[in-house]
Design a protein around this ligand. Structure first.
Ligand SMILES: [Zn+2]
Ligand SMILES: [Zn+2]
Length: 927
């Protein structure tokens, strides 16, 4: 074993192991063999992006669970991959091109696609490299990309099945349109922001009585150019006489009818509303009811169309100003009101979204949502935390059809061909793909129109919403639509971990798509699976918190708010960063980054390194006395049973294994329930407190073989077995540090990786209540001695004598037997043990119900200060006693509280009463 370096250097250790794990394909999962399968799909990051700290939180949580399952003997698969991220990627590449002064329209679709692929080749590998470096235990041999041929084929297959099932349709409907990105957006891609705006009141003269007019109110006056009616409520008495008449639409000189529709809100504005079916979702519906013409007054890029009269060609906001000005000049602007209203903006580029009528492709969602909802209600999919389950069910209840087409150039082109002669739509003949310029495209091209026999067929230019392919991710990545061993072994996946911000975008759609499509995985040859338990994409769904910047914004690379985790890992080490994120990841609370927390995590890593180093260095010192690594590598050390160390020297050994038993149980329980913070903190307290500060310190002298070689061997074996268990417990959260140290253990000789070892089993046989109780008491005495010393401001190295008294003979014997560690750890020269009363004259005394400890004052002690301290403590105890007595006198409490709680409170009360009596006596002597 090479010498262990003095300083913990995470950079060197982490880079070395990251490379080794990747090159050795250590995390390759087998689709056959022993052990249950555990699988989890990586929420695929945007291929052109890079990992920010938010991903790092997600990956740390996933990795902890995957490593934990792998160490339990599961064939654990964490399947990685990237998403082509249609609009996101296209936006980034367009921004790059803009730096060269190029618009995508200048170079055309094919050239643009070539540029995006180029960009993907250059920057697409960044995430993978980062993830490898950050220790994600993915199976990189199964890495996937949503635009690769196999997944392209899955997308076409899914589209064709949904199309055949009558769930996909094309039509002219109201959509959210981004004039910057020039594409339709789904409702989820529109962000609503509160903004100051204006409400303009416009006057429309009546055709049959030009001196009279109706007044309408609008926040978007430019859309009036596309008005085709004005509407009032049928029961609104103010306006009944106008219904059926007409007004003259100003600026356009168009005659439009006054209609009645109960949808009109009598309270809004004047109670008369303008109807623009091509530019407002409610007006669109009303237009359908009343068969009103739809006049689109805008172009794709947010300018006014030829239908906009004199405003044609103007930008939409210039047109707004122009319309207002012109109406004012005509005396048709009644008034202007300042308001604050909600404005929809493009999630990607922040441009104001236009509700606009447009021909798009839609997916019917109600038939897909029903089974998904049932699966959640029936508990086939467990959703954590609980409140997210309610949110998901509500959304499924109120689901609307999904606009799946995008007017983008980067993505899966819709596999439908249009006949130029008769406009018939022909879906691809099958889901096959072929390579074109190295990339996949649909190969099932129809040859002839079955309706008119025409051969002028042109493929749809729209691509699918990027979330269409991500919706297939859990099964497309395992080989669907083929019936593969991977699909049989790893689907449904065990678990999905994602941010709650993509619950609707992704998680819900995976459930719906998985349940509708994956059952048919046996294709034409076999019977489709219909059992929902086999078609759901995951059994459990955990929605993790988000990491927020100090300003509270969500992290995102394209939005410029991402923090690069490598910046932290270079400074503090990946393990420290992982530990910090895990320790803060309480379900349901967002995380705000903190430099202090990461400093604490780095101190923890240092502590572990130094403790382990201390042991290895000391082992070298005893080797000349015949204590060799080989001797300590007894095969049964791995089972971790404590070796008997004779007499009272065995106490600390029995105690540390008893502590381990409960810590293992706690960690398992916490990880099972996604309480990552609790798992991390439990291991921290055990490793730092119990193992380093108490156990190692306690048994130090036993480790030198000079006295009793057999006892030393047993002590060494125990300490290595405990360290072994502690490193395994810590491995899922701090994989690098634990791998590095674990290989230095005698029992690790010849093993490949701690990651492939067993997670410590909770050994109930280790539980030892007596050892825990005795050790707790001894620790209490030592802490009391340390506290007195600290208050007396004694020289830390100076040993002083102390008196110890206890009425309990068993306690006195135990202290007697453990005198050596007591003196050493309490920095005492002697401990005089008695059963009698300790006089506190000229001394500081610490009293508990079980013992008194007295250290005599040296020169210059402030008696008044001691008295004040005692008085304060008496006050605190007295108050506590009063409150406990009241509780115990309360019949409701006694009848409702569990018996053990009542007993425990009675015991504590008796102890407090003894402590109070002792303190009162002491105060008398001090004053
Ligand atoms: Zn946009
Ligand atoms: Zn045709």
């Amino acid at each position: 074993m090479p010498e262990i370096p003095k300083a913990y250097e995470p950079q060197e250790i982490e880079e070395r192991w990251a490379k080794a794990w990747f090159e050795e394909r250590l995390f390759r999962a087998e689709n056959s063999g022993n052990g249950p399968a555990f699988s989890i799909a990586l929420p695929p990051p945007n291929v052109t992006g890079s990992i920010h700290i938010g991903h790092m939180l997600e990956h740390t949580q996933i990795d902890m669970l995957v490593r934990w399952h792998r160490m339990q003997g599961h064939r654990a698969l964490w399947l990685p991959g990237m998403d082509h991220a249609g609009i996101g990627t296209q936006f980034v590449v367009e921004r790059e091109l803009a730096k060269e002064g190029i618009r995508r329209q200048d170079i055309g679709r094919e050239e643009f696609e070539r540029r995006v692929w180029q960009w993907k080749e250059q920057s697409g590998g960044a995430i993978k490299q980062q993830m490898i470096r950050l220790g994600a235990s993915c199976d990189w041999t199964r890495e996937k990309f949503t635009l690769e041929p196999a997944l392209y084929r899955a997308v076409i297959e899914a589209f064709l099945r949904l199309y055949r099932d009558g769930l996909i349709y094309r039509g002219r409907y109201m959509v959210n349109w981004c004039p910057r990105c020039q594409t339709a957006l789904s409702d989820l891609e529109v962000v609503h922001v509160e903004r100051p705006g204006k409400l303009w009141y416009l006057r429309y003269p009546l055709v049959d009585a030009p001196n009279e007019s109706l007044v309408v109110a609008t926040t978007r006056p430019e859309t009036m150019l596309g008005d085709t009616a004005v509407a009032v409520h049928p029961d609104d008495e103010r306006y009944q006489k106008f219904v059926g008449r007409s007004v003259l639409l100003p600026l356009m000189d168009r005659t439009i009818p006054v209609i009645a529709d109960s949808y009109v809100d009598r309270e809004f504005g004047t109670g008369v509303v303008k109807i623009t079916p091509a530019h407002d979702p409610n007006d669109f519906e009303m237009g359908k009811r009343h068969k009103l013409p739809e006049i689109d007054v805008m172009t794709d890029d947010g300018h006014m169309s030829a239908e906009a009269g004199k405003c044609a060609g103007l930008d939409r906001f210039e047109a707004r100003a122009r319309v207002v000005e012109d109406l004012k000049a005509l005396g048709l602007l009644e008034r202007i009101e300042d308001i604050t209203h909600s404005v929809g903006v493009c999630d990607r580029c922040k441009s104001e979204v236009e509700p606009r009528i447009s021909t798009q492709w839609f997916c019917k969602m109600k038939p897909l949502a029903e089974p998904a909802k049932k699966a959640v209600v029936d508990g086939l999919i467990e959703v954590v935390p609980e409140n997210q389950r309610t949110i998901l069910l509500n959304w499924l209840d109120n689901i609307r059809d999904w606009c799946i087409s995008r007017q983008l150039w980067w993505g899966h082109r819709i596999p439908v061909w249009h006949c130029a002669d008769c406009k018939e739509m022909l879906p691809a003949t099958d889901s096959s793909v072929e390579l074109f310029e190295g990339h996949a495209r649909a190969a099932g091209v129809p040859k002839k129109c079955p309706k008119c026999g025409g051969t002028k067929l042109k493929q749809e230019t729209d691509v699918l919403d990027t979330w269409f392919s991500s919706g297939l991710w859990p099964f497309s990545t395992l080989g669907w639509p083929d019936d593969t061993p991977d699909l049989r072994t790893f689907y449904p996946t065990s678990l999905l971990i994602s941010g709650y911000d993509i619950l609707f975008f992704w998680d819900a759609r995976m459930i719906m798509m998985g349940m509708h499509l994956s059952g048919a995985r046996f294709g034409a040859s076999g019977a489709p699976k219909t059992d929902p338990a086999e078609t759901i994409p995951f059994h459990r769904l955990y929605l993790h918190s988000l990491v927020r910047t100090a300003e509270g914004a969500k992290m995102s690379k394209t939005k410029g708010t991402g923090v690069d985790p490598l910046q932290f890992t270079q400074q503090y080490g990946t393990d420290a960063l992982r530990y910090m994120l895990a320790s803060m990841a309480a379900p349901g609370t967002d995380i705000v980054l903190s430099e202090d927390r990461i400093l604490g995590a780095r101190a923890f890593a240092n502590k572990i390194w130094n403790a382990a180093r201390f042991l290895f260095v000391n082992l070298e010192k005893v080797e000349p006395q015949g204590l060799t690594l080989e001797m300590l590598a007894a095969p049964d050390v791995r089972a971790g049973a404590p070796y008997t160390v004779p007499g009272s020297a065995g106490l600390a050994h029995r105690w540390i294994f008893s502590r381990l038993a409960s810590v293992i149980a706690q960690v398992n329980e916490a990880l099972e329930n996604f309480r990552f913070h609790e798992a991390a903190q439990t291991i921290y307290q055990f490793f730092w407190g119990d193992f380093c500060d108490w156990y190692i310190e306690w048994v130090k002298p036993q480790l030198s073989a000079i006295g009793d070689r057999d006892a030393a061997t047993a002590a060494w074996r125990n300490i290595f077995a405990a360290l072994d268990a502690a490193l395994r417990l810590l491995h899922p959260v701090m994989p690098f540090l634990t791998e590095e140290l674990w290989h230095r253990l005698p029992q690790a000789s010849g093993a490949r990786s701690i990651a492939l070892e067993q997670f410590p089993a909770s050994g109930a046989q280790w539980s030892d209540a007596a050892a825990e109780q005795n050790m707790a008491l001894l620790q209490e005495i030592i802490v009391a001695a340390r506290n007195i010393r600290a208050e007396m401001k004694l020289d830390p190295k100076k040993r002083v004598a102390a008196d110890f008294s206890s009425g309990d003979a068993a306690i006195r014997t135990m202290v007697e037997q453990n005198l050596e560690p007591m003196l050493r750890l309490g920095t005492l020269s002697e401990l005089r043990i008695s059963a009698g009363h300790l006089d506190s004259t000229g001394a500081a005394v610490r009293s508990t119900a079980h013992f008194d400890l007295r250290i005599a004052y040296g020169e210059g002690v402030d008696k008044a200060a001691e008295a004040a301290k005692a008085a304060k403590e008496i006050d605190r105890l007295a108050k506590d006693i009063v409150s406990k007595r009241a509780r115990l006198a309360d019949d409701t409490f006694r009848s409702k509280a569990p018996e053990t709680i009542v007993r425990q409170m009675e015991t504590t009360l008796r102890e407090r009463e003894i402590e109070l009596r002792k303190l009162e006596e002491r105060l008398k002597q001090l004053v």
